[in-house]
Design a binder for this molecule. Structure first.
Ligand SMILES: Nc1ncnc2c1ncn2[C@@H]1O[C@H](COP(=O)(O)OP(=O)(O)OP(=O)(O)O)[C@@H](O)[C@H]1O
Ligand SMILES: [Mg+2]
Length: 258
């Protein structure tokens, strides 16, 4: 199996608190991996460590290896900013720059990277908005503020902003949890489309969503309060939801939990 992301014995800390213990997992290219598990088991923490956003939190640190196409993103020679460009992130709450125009929101990352060619920026904005399935809804108001869009549109705007810089991997932390069912389905359809070009890791509390959108599912759990989170099982989504190997996984997905 070709591995786009390969995590080896990853331990994650917040100061003295050992939040995640010994996670190893691999993600193939053009694949959707879902992270599921109870609140506090470390899903967001692991996700943020995949593009070095974890260490931005004061006192937070990572031990272990995260390989992207065989290169350790934690190697001392690697620039975390370039890692975050290659591995983009979409958050739980849509966070467009509210007063910035829709178009400028999409190309904010490119501008930051020094791109000034107006025509190029317009092309990228259109391509990314089409890619995020938002173009038809906003093409006549590209210069209006991003904050004026609906929640679902704002989330697709954030996805457009993330894909505008052409990352290899897209990390999504509960991207639909603030959205209505229609917008949620729109994002799920979009994930299926994006999978053709990107490798996606998505955290979700919605089992149906994990079952619908992902190819493989990772179940995380924790033994108790104050204990570190662990990866219990990673397997094909179909297998996890029909015949998981671990009893804890079975209990969790069938709702017999805690
Ligand atoms: N910034 C932080 N500082 C200190 N501890 C943190 C921080 N963020 C998370 N933690 C702790 O790390 C552990 C894992 O948290 P994390 O947010 O990764 O869980 P999660 O699985 O994403 O939960 P949820 O489903 O509620 O989003 C928890 O015990 C949490 O309290
Ligand atoms: Mg979380």
């Amino acid at each position: 199996m070709a591995k786009r992301i390969d995590v080896k014995d990853l331990n994650l800390f917040y100061g003295k608190f050992h939040a995640v213990d010994g996670v190893s997992l691999a993600v193939p290219p053009r694949n959707v991996t879902a992270f599921i598990g109870p609140s506090g088991c470390g899903k967001s923490t692991v996700l943020r460590s995949l593009n070095r956003m974890h260490e931005v939190i004061p006192g937070a640190r990572a031990e272990g290896k995260v390989l992207l196409d065989g290169e350790d993103i934690y190697a001392s020679t690697v620039d975390p900013v370039s890692v975050r460009r290659t591995i983009g992130m979409v958050f739980q709450r849509p966070n467009p720059f509210p007063t910035m125009s829709i178009k400028d929101n999409v190309v904010a990352g490119l501008r930051l990277a020094g791109e000034r060619d107006k025509k190029k920026l317009e092309e990228v904005a259109e391509r990314a908005l089409r890619g995020a399935n938002l173009w038809a809804e906003v093409k006549d108001r590209l210069n209006r503020p991003g904050g004026g869009l609906s929640g679902g549109q704002q989330q697709r705007l954030c996805i457009a902003r993330a894909i505008a810089v052409r990352p290899d991997v897209l990390l999504m932390d509960e991207p639909c949890s603030a959205l209505d069912p229609i917008s949620t389905l729109a994002i799920e359809d979009l994930i299926q489309e994006l999978k053709k070009d990107f490798t996606i890791v998505i955290v979700t509390h919605n089992m149906q969503q994990a079952a619908r959108v992902s190819d493989q599912t990772a179940f995380f759990n924790l033994a108790g309060v104050g204990q570190p989170g662990r990866l219990v099982e990673l397997d094909d989504t179909e297998k996890i939801f029909s015949n998981p190997t671990q009893k804890a996984t079975e209990d969790y997905i069938s709702g017999r939990f805690g």
